[in-house]
Design a binder for this molecule. Structure first.
Ligand code: SF4
Length: 185
């Protein structure tokens, strides 16, 4: 590619719930990798139970009660959970990259304004270092609007929540709160 890197894609998403959503996103990427960009794609086994065990109590208190949600608390709990989630997925990525003799790892999560960019960079660097690799981190957020346009043009599946069952409920609550705000404006 333009930067001189040779890329291999890695789809590591034990966090995604339910499995049908995992499959939708995976199949979309399989098609994109093959038909649009012509890149190799590695897909490890889907192990949601391992992800849940790892998250443990960091998941916070769920289900949330919409009318009693404290947004500050929700954000703090989410940060804790997401750091663990990044770490688990980047570790899987780094181990797979190391086994295959790659020198660097990166992530596409950093295009999302909904992710914790600093935590992403820290956890990517930590996972790379544990496996003797370099982290190639790029903050892609300014390209986010363009990515939305492109994904629509290509007819790619567009997710409505980050991935885990907790983020699904948080997204529903945030959407409903935004709807209520608009109604009262
Ligand atoms: S919100 Fe997203 S990044 Fe955070 S724990 Fe859930 S799936 Fe992982």
């Amino acid at each position: 590619m333009e930067t001189g890197h040779t890329l291999t894609l890695y789809y590591s998403n034990d966090n995604i719930h339910p499995e049908s959503e995992y499959q939708l996103r995976r199949d979309c990427l399989v098609g994109y990798a093959k038909e649009v960009v012509g890149l190799e794609l590695l897909v490890p086994d889907y192990q949601p139970e391992a992800w849940h065990q790892m998250i443990g109590s960091a998941a916070g208190v769920f289900p949330l009660i919409p009318e009693a949600v404290d947004y500050e608390e929700m954000l703090v709990a989410r940060q804790k959970r997401c750091r663990l989630c990044y770490s688990q997925r980047f570790t899987a990525l780094a181990e797979a990259a190391s086994e295959r003799g790659f020198s660097q790892i990166s992530t596409t999560l950093s295009i999302s304004p909904w992710q914790f960019t600093e935590l992403l960079e820290e956890e990517l660097s930590a996972a790379a270092a544990r496996c003797g690799l370099q982290a190639h981190f790029v903050d892609w957020r300014e390209d986010y609007p363009q990515s939305r346009v492109l994904s629509r043009e290509l007819g790619l599946y567009r997710q409505k929540y980050c991935g885990c069952q907790y983020s699904r409920q948080e997204a529903d609550i945030e959407r409903e709160a935004a709807r209520q705000r608009r109604r009262h404006e």
